[in-house]
Design a protein around this ligand. Structure first.
Ligand code: MRU
Length: 353
């Protein structure tokens, strides 16, 4: 499996996703601030991977703390959590992971643990977040593979693969599991302007696994569908609101509209950590706007005139009515999502397919 993020003592190692596929360069983050910068500048990206990186960054940040008293240690901890929370606003996995680290810290403090024990607890929590993410992806893959056609022509958008998670992937986990189950699978990867996660990352990781992959520019998806060459769409998510409205990479909404018009099932694959029951609907999801340069330039070359006004939202929202199912590690959630999403969080209900 491709390494997205790993820990080497008190250093976090990440493959630099800005440089792929041309260069395979690894970034070594030696502090929490360094990890926060890596998230903000997209060295690492993808909702689950962002959450995992933040948790690991908090753990190494506290490992490196020289505070001996619990009060100073606590104040450093909450500052680091704040710094992580300010990196990117849309992927709710980031805030979910920070919450988990805070709960772990609070439990240790309540138990009267000293600084060294708290450090050990935070390490364990970060490791659990990492390992659970891989397990969730595997489970999502198994559920999702069931609904992939035997002879599948799958369109995906952005990169919701091993690189966007701790490993295996959400949408691409479904692709991988379908291949492993013996289905014939060919993937169309939207290039995904402006950051080109599809052309650069999805194509790279699928080709690495020997999966049939064709890159298209975003404006080709409609033509492809109209020719009957797509029979399944699966994408990831950055935040799913309580009613099922789903924020994902900019352009996902357009793909969903096209899929609906051509009666092609449009699935979202995401772990429960991407579901945000506190956000009622898509209109309340904060959408990150990124720098104009991502639009005016490609790989350092200028395309648009100097001073051109730019709008660069990193995500859009697909209304829940366009979604055939939400593939999670607990099973496939179906409409009405207001009920199925809530039910997915209830303990002891078994698989929800
Ligand atoms: O801006 P990015 O690259 O972090 O956006 C990533 C996406 O939109 C992914 O589709 C989403 O995070 C799901 S990743 C499993």
């Amino acid at each position: 499996m491709l390494p997205t993020i790993a820990r080497d003592g008190d250093v976090i190692i990440m493959i630099d996703q800005r440089k792929l596929p041309v260069q395979e360069v690894y970034v070594r983050c030696k502090s929490a601030a360094h990890v926060a910068r890596a998230i903000n500048t997209m060295v690492i990206r993808g909702a689950p991977a962002i959450g995992v990186a933040a948790a690991m960054g908090i753990a190494i940040g506290m490992r490196r703390s020289t505070a001996t008293g619990t009060q100073k240690f606590a104040s450093e901890f909450y500052k680091i959590c704040e710094m992580m929370a300010a990196t990117r606003p849309t992927a709710v996995n980031l805030f979910w992971a920070i919450e988990r680290m805070k709960r772990s810290f609070a439990a240790a403090a309540e138990a009267g643990e000293g600084v060294d024990e708290i450090k050990a607890r935070l390490d364990c929590e970060a490791e659990a977040i990492h390992d659970e993410d891989v397990a969730s992806c595997r489970a999502m893959g198994a559920f999702g593979a069931e609904v992939v056609p035997l002879d599948a022509h799958i369109l995906t958008h952005c990169n919701a693969g091993a690189l966007a998670t701790a490993g295996y992937g959400t949408a691409l986990g479904v692709v991988r599991a379908a291949v492993e189950a013996g289905k014939r699978v060919a993937v169309f990867a939207d290039e995904t302007r402006p950051f080109l996660q599809g052309a650069r990352l999805t194509a790279w990781e699928l080709m690495h696994d020997g999966i049939d992959t064709t890159v298209i520019t975003d404006n080709m998806a409609g033509a492809l569908m109209s020719q009957g060459r797509v029979n399944f769409v699966v994408v990831g998510a950055d935040r799913i609101a309580a009613n099922g409205d789903t924020a994902n990479k900019i352009g996902t909404y357009g793909v969903a509209v096209l899929a609906r018009e051509h009666e092609i099932p449009f699935y979202v694959a995401a772990p429960l950590s991407t579901i945000d029951l506190r956000t009622p609907d898509g209109a309340h999801i904060p959408i990150e706007e990124r720098s104009a340069r991502e639009v005016t330039h490609v790989a350092g070359s200028q395309l648009a005139p100097d001073g051109a006004r730019v709008w660069n939202p990193a995500f859009d929202v697909t209304p829940h009515a366009f979604i055939a199912g939400i593939i999670t590690e607990r099973g496939i959630l179906r409409a009405p999502y207001a009920e199925s999403l809530k039910r997915a969080f209830q303990p002891h209900v078994g698989a929800l397919v």
